[in-house]
Design a protein around this ligand. Structure first.
Ligand code: ZN
Ligand code: ZN
Length: 356
């Protein structure tokens, strides 16, 4: 599994004329080596690959890291890498420009002044954007966990319960169902607060007649889920019902249009034009969706500005929303796998308006 990933990465090193590549971003370290700890780097040259970590992970790496020479560093990882001559002294060395800090780069330049330190962008991302079968299996597992949590959460959401309590239950139920961690802090936004797309849960009590938007996700073996549903507590107003239907239809249209060969921009436009046609255009103020995998937000992007083209094996969210200041909001989000000419929706959580 990781040999295919390394082969693909080496082809990129050769195109970029790099003698070695330094991987410092932990989700990428995990993607390539299997390491799930908090301190590790990979050095990939044209012919070999080394993984470095510190003494705390001496035992863990034996179970996790495959296909790499493992070095347990006695100094900082960079210093050990240089001492053991794991990085070519005079070569062109690529680093992950979005993830290496300025001070780390400065130190590396001091340690290896003759190397040509070369900023790269998106080398691993471009490979990780297409999920293999083992990754899709893990994504399905974490999505299933979140669907189950949503079902249980419906018993918790009622008038008088605080948003924070619902958020706490979402986290707790995820853990109980096998999630390693929250994918992000759960969002619970009720009533007028629903107009804030990224509202944090507060101590506001949920009241009868309000819509409540819950956006939450789990993490399983490093892979993330991301689910949003909006439910009504008590009878919703006709205005809320209409808003809900427009968002639900926009999401369904985008799901029907999704598949390999459509651009992120065109797919965003499918949902956006439906919302606009119904008079809510200015209230859909974020992008339609994002890639999902070892990171909660990754490529490809589905947005007005996106230059990404969807291909088979991408996993993305489809999450249109409408947010009316002073009124409230609706968002519906599913995780989907892009297939040839269509998409497979992973979530099974119901999408008709649930009235609690
Ligand atoms: Zn979400
Ligand atoms: Zn999302």
């Amino acid at each position: 599994m990781n040999s295919q990933r390394l082969d693909a990465l080496r082809r990129k090193l050769s195109t970029a004329r790099l003698d070695a590549f330094l991987v410092t971003f932990l989700p990428h370290v995990r993607y390539l080596s299997g390491f799930s700890g908090s301190n590790g780097i990979c050095i990939i040259t044209r012919s070999n690959q080394v993984f470095l970590t510190d003494g705390r992970y001496r035992e863990q790496v034996k179970d996790e890291v495959r296909g790499f020479r493992i070095v347990v560093a006695s100094e900082s990882l960079f210093v050990t890498a240089v001492q053991k001559q794991l990085i070519p002294r005079n070569g062109r060395i690529g680093y992950e420009s979005q993830h290496l800090t300025v001070i780390e780069l400065r130190n590396l330049k001091k340690l290896l002044p003759k190397a040509i330190w070369t900023a790269t962008n998106g080398l691993v991302e471009d490979i990780a954007v297409v999920k293999d079968d083992s990754e899709i299996r893990l994504l399905k597992q974490v999505v299933t966990i979140t669907d189950r949590v949503f079902e249980q959460l419906l018993n918790v959401i009622k008038p008088g319960v605080r948003e924070l309590e619902v958020a706490a239950e979402a986290s707790y139920l995820h853990r109980m169902a096998g999630s390693e961690a929250d994918a992000f802090e759960p969002i619970v936004a009720s009533g007028k607060r629903g107009a804030l797309p990224h509202a944090r849960a507060t101590d506001k009590k949920i009241a009868k007649g309000e819509l409540v938007t819950i956006d939450m996700g789990g993490r399983f073996q490093g892979y993330h889920s991301d689910l949003t549903r909006t439910v009504a507590v008590g009878k919703p107003s006709p205005k809320a019902r209409r808003m809900y239907q427009v968002v639900a239809d926009a999401q369904q249209l985008a799901i029907e249009a999704a598949g390999s060969g459509i651009s992120g921009k065109a797919l965003d436009a499918v949902a956006r034009s439906h919302i606009k046609k119904n008079g809510y255009g200015k209230y859909f103020n974020h992008s339609l969706g994002h890639g999902l995998g070892l990171q909660i937000h990754e490529q490809p992007r589905l947005s007005v500005l996106s230059k990404d083209m969807l291909v088979e094996g991408n996993v993305v969210t489809i999450e249109p929303g409408v947010y009316m200041p002073g009124v409230g909001g609706v968002r519906i989000e599913d995780d989907v796998v892009i297939r040839r000419g269509h998409c497979e929706v992973l979530n099974k959580a119901p999408k008709e308006l649930i009235i609690l």
